[in-house]
Design a protein around this ligand. Structure first.
Ligand SMILES: Nc1ncnc2c1ncn2[C@@H]1O[C@H](COP(=O)(O)OP(=O)(O)OP(=O)(O)O)[C@@H](O)[C@H]1O
Length: 343
């Protein structure tokens, strides 16, 4: 297919720093591993995942259901609950390794260094509490020395920055539309100017016009505080328009990480290629190209590369040898034997 037909975020390239400019990443994730110890066996939901993001960059994290996207977000927030366990890895935000913090340090880091807007957050707002009270509750313990008035002013500013009328402060969730509620959740996420914002499926259950507005809101707040943003979702088309980089997850592994332009014009990993081929566009109108087979159960992963039974480029090595993430000359990373001789 003609990948060039896909529209890519206009700012995508501009957001990448020129090679000569030395920008320190604000986020460095490395060797992150999470296992769920279930009655049926051990499910390795994250396996040696690593990547970096610069301030102001937006990453889209995509992959089939169960590939580990939400686990990734929860692990970064250190919010994995039993039967899950973070087994290894570091998540360094602005020089601080979150994995090394004690529980009080981590509590403080949530919202102030790294904010998480969970899947379905807008439906988790307390229906009997005013929006303002919920916002103030979220940050009160972080700001013990700030007066009530100052905290209220901070909340009203946050509402303004997501384009909501300050009157929303006194409203209840049922008085707001879905898009407005999602913007409230974004406002809560940015109350303490975090360096990293993770939003899990922020636009699911919203109509396309509202989806775009919510994405634009995320863009605006990101620009205002120069945070790095991770957007988790299934919608490659929507991602293409809003993110700078794309991370493709498969069965708990990061199989490709590259700029959105590289991903959409020359995907490297056969799974990434198949994901992009499955997008409708004017060239393949009426022809739906799915990915053959099903995502594997983490309890019974295929030997070698977990994608090999579904891969159109499978080679002998793929059936027995697990590929490791490889950084190619261009700086993108791919976990596939096809590129064993590159990098
Ligand atoms: N509480 C749990 N107990 C046991 N296993 C779990 C639990 N949560 C997740 N898993 C395992 O981890 C894998 C990854 O789940 P995760 O929710 O991170 O995937 P996802 O990519 O976010 O999926 P979706 O797109 O459906 O939200 C699942 O396939 C499942 O096997």
């Amino acid at each position: 297919m003609n990948y060039a037909n896909l529209s890519v975020a206009p700012g995508a390239r501009a957001a990448m720093p020129p090679l000569a400019a030395k920008v320190e990443p604000v986020l460095r994730v490395s060797g992150l591993e999470v296992t769920y110890y279930t009655d049926a066996g051990r499910a390795k939901a994250l396996d040696n995942v690593g990547f970096t993001l610069n301030p102001g960059e937006k990453l889209g994290m995509v992959g089939e259901s169960g590939s580990g996207k939400s686990t990734m977000a929860l692990a970064m927030m250190r919010m994995i609950k039993a039967p899950g366990r973070i087994e290894a890895g570091s998540v360094v935000v602005g020089g601080t390794d979150l994995m090394a913090l004690d529980s009080e340090g981590m509590r403080k880091a949530r919202l102030s260094k790294i904010a998480y807007i969970p899947q379905g957050a807008m439906n988790s707002l307390n229906p009997v509490m005013r929006i303002g009270a919920q916002m103030m509750d979220a940050v009160k313990s972080h700001l013990p020395r700030e007066s009530r008035g100052a905290i209220e002013a901070r909340c009203r500013r946050a509402l303004q920055s997501v384009d909501l009328d300050p009157g929303v402060f006194r409203m209840h969730p049922h008085e707001l539309s879905g898009g407005m509620k999602q913007r409230v959740c974004i406002a809560i996420g940015i109350l303490l100017d975090p360096q990293v914002i993770i939003a899990d499926e922020p636009t699911s259950a919203l109509d396309v016009v509202t989806q775009r507005q919510v994405m634009e809101t995320i863009d605006n707040v990101k620009n205002a505080i120069n945070a790095a943003v991770i957007l988790i979702g299934h919608d490659m088309g929507l991602m293409a328009q809003f993110v700078d980089k794309v991370a493709v997850m498969y069965a708990g592994r990061l199989v490709e990480f590259s700029t959105v332009r590289e991903m959409f014009t020359s995907p490297k990993h056969p799974y990434a290629r198949a994901l992009i081929d499955s997008l409708p566009n004017l060239d393949n109108k009426g022809v739906f190209q799915g990915i053959p087979g099903l995502a594997p159960s983490l309890l019974r992963l295929p030997s070698g590369c977990a994608f090999h039974p579904r891969c159109s480029s499978v080679m002998d090595a793929c059936r027995s040898v697990r590929p490791e993430p490889r950084v190619l000359a261009s700086g993108r990373s791919v976990t596939c034997h096809l590129y064993d001789s590159e990098g």
